[in-house]
Design a binder for this molecule. Sequence first.
Ligand code: NYM
Ligand code: MG
Length: 238
Amino acid sequence: EGNKKESRGALIVLEGLDRSGKSSQCSRLVSYLEGEGLSAELWRFPDRTTNVGQMISAYLTNASQLDDHTIHLLFSANRWEKRSLMETKLKSGTTLIVDRYSYSGVAFSSAKGLDIDWCKAPENGLLAPDLVAYLDISPDKAAERGGYGDERYEKLEFQQKVAEHYKVLHDASWKSIVHDVIDINSGDNDDDNLAVLAEIAHKHDKGKALEAVHEDVLGKAGVLTSARARRKRAAASS
Ligand code: NYM
Ligand code: MG
């Protein structure tokens, strides 16, 4: 082996309710990283372009009905079918900014009443994110932002349940590794959030081995803070 160190990309996931602002934060982050001369791609789940993705899309648009377990497994299968391409990209040095991943899978399905451990199981073996950022917006606030579309799940009452289940994941698994949460309600501006995301994106590549998601994987990734919350904490501890 030479001393040439392979530099891999970072796997960064943004999570949150519908209308929490994930998609725009994701594209801002990708543009920023590209502007820095880094290789970065925007990915999203569900990826509706595949055969599985089309089944998911039909379900979400109410063009088809599926048993809750069945659609849960399709969402997971949709991540599995992309796993090897994700791995290839990461190994070749491309950072992936991913709009929803396993946490959406578990939060949305368990919010319907499915057993949370059953929901987590099919995620085992997917690639573990280096970072999961949860965009913390209240369901009411999210609903006010231009309103929801016609898709299944885009109802205030259900989003409230989803928020509770994200919180269960957060408390049960994320806690030990949590730095903080991006709170886009608190008046933190988007530029602060972008700056923190960008910093993390820079930090989380460079030779670190890719890990597989396993049983407690949903606790492996960090949730990051807004720049403002971090500054506040730093000030408090000094
Ligand atoms: N969703 C998304 C799930 O229920 N499980 C999953 O695993 C994933 C990735 O699909 N309301 C839900 C969350 C959304 C919906 O996603 C469509 P988007 O980001 O709105 O296209
Ligand atoms: Mg949506």
